[in-house]
Design a protein around this ligand. Structure first.
Ligand SMILES: [Zn+2]
Length: 91
């Protein structure tokens, strides 16, 4: 059986966070850079809320998109009052 792989010229991938560092053929990110990318996208969304969809689409997984969206929510949430605790949804 010929196990020789002809497609050995797999282009070296670069980390998806745009840092430009090379990653293995199966990897998308350098270790830890997925969180970094989510953070970058979150910041970009905060600055360009109208581009949110397109920006989030640059993340390769739902988990990262969710992470970025949580970061956006944190960044855009009104700062909690230091002392006065507001009633939480007295339903
Ligand atoms: Zn990176």
């Amino acid at each position: 059986m010929n196990t020789k792989v002809t497609a050995t010229q797999i282009p070296l991938n670069t980390c998806a966070c745009t840092c430009g560092e090379p990653v293995g053929p199966k990897a998308t990110y350098r270790p830890g850079h997925d969180a970094r990318h989510a953070g970058m996208v979150a910041r970009a969304v905060v600055e360009n809320p109208k581009q949110a969809k397109a920006l989030l689409a640059t993340l390769p997984s739902d988990a990262l998109r969710a992470k970025a969206q949580r970061a956006v929510a944190r960044a855009t949430a009104p700062k909690p009052e230091p002392k006065a605790k507001t009633e939480e949804q007295a339903a």
